[in-house]
Design a protein around this ligand. Structure first.
Ligand code: SAM
Length: 204
C-alpha cells in the first residue's frame, strides 16, 4: 500500500500508520484484507475506515506531539491508535458500547497508554475535558456541530466529514478567537454521525 504516493507526505503520519498493525483492528472474517486499501465492515453495522482516508484525515489535522485530541467515533479503534502515535493524549468516544470495549482491549494489547475512552454520544463532545487542540470526527455530520466547534481551543483544528448519504466532504475547521474558518478538502463516504445512544442489547 503506497500511501505516500497517494498524498500522505507527513512523516509523522506515515510512521504512525506503519507502527499500528491494522490486522489487530479488523474483524476475523476480513483478516486477509487487513492491508487492502479499503474500508471493511466491523460489528454493530459500522466500518473501519480506508487506510488512505485515515492517513489523509490525520494529516489534515496538522497533528503535533503536544496535541490533546478528541476523536468522535472510536469504531474499531484503528484511527484512535494512529492518532495516539503522534499526539500527547487521545480522548475517543463511541456510542456503541461493544465496539468501545473491543477497542479498549486492542489498545491494551498494543500497550497504548495515552488514550482515554468513553461510551457516550460524541455529538455532545466531552465537555469535562474540553478544550481540545484537535478534534477528529469519523462519522458524517449533516452540518458542523456547534457542540463540537465550541470545544475547540483557540488556534485549534477540527476535521470532519459533512453531508448526507449521497454527498459528503471532509471539512477542516480552524478556530481563531470567535471566528471559525472552514475549508472543503475531499469527497468521502462515511457512516452517519447519529445523536443519542443505540437501544441496549437484550440480555442473554
Ligand atoms: N474511527 C473508526 C475506526 O478507525 O475504525 C471508524 C469509525 S466508523 C466509520 C464511525 C463510528 O462513529 C461508528 O463506530 C459509529 O458508531 C460512531 N458514531 C456515530 N455517531 C456517533 C456519536 N454521536 N457518538 C459517538 N460515536 C458515534
Amino acid at each position: 500500500m503506497e500511501l505516500r504516493l497517494a498524498g500522505v507526505t507527513d512523516s509523522r503520519v506515515l510512521n504512525a500508520l506503519e507502527a499500528v498493525p491494522r490486522e489487530v483492528f479488523v474483524s476475523d472474517p476480513f483478516l486477509e484484507h487487513a492491508y487492502d486499501n479499503r474500508a471493511l465492515p466491523i460489528e454493530c453495522g459500522q466500518t473501519i475506515s480506508q487506510p488512505l482516508v485515515v492517513g489523509l484525515m490525520t494529516q489534515y489535522l496538522e497533528l503535533g506531539t503536544r496535541d490533546k485530541v478528541m476523536e468522535v467515533g472510536t469504531g474499531s479503534g484503528y484511527q484512535a491508535a494512529v492518532l495516539s502515535r503522534v499526539a500527547r493524549r487521545v480522548y475517543t468516544v463511541e456510542r456503541h458500547e461493544p465496539l468501545l470495549r473491543q477497542a479498549e482491549e486492542r489498545f491494551k494489547r498494543l500497550g497504548l497508554t495515552n488514550m482515554v475512552t468513553r461510551h457516550g454520544d460524541g455529538m455532545k463532545g466531552w465537555p469535562e475535558q474540553a478544550p481540545f487542540t484537535r478534534i477528529l470526527v469519523t462519522a458524517a455530520a449533516r452540518q458542523i456541530p456547534e457542540s463540537l466547534s465550541d470545544q475547540l481551543d483557540d488556534g485549534g483544528v477540527m476535521v470532519l466529514p459533512v453531508g448526507d448519504e449521497d454527498r459528503q466532504w471532509v471539512m477542516r475547521v480552524r478556530r481563531q478567537g470567535h471566528r471559525l474558518n472552514t475549508e472543503r478538502l475531499m469527497a468521502v463516504r462515511f457512516v452517519p454521525l447519529l445523536g443519542g445512544l443505540p437501544p441496549e442489547h437484550p440480555a442473554g
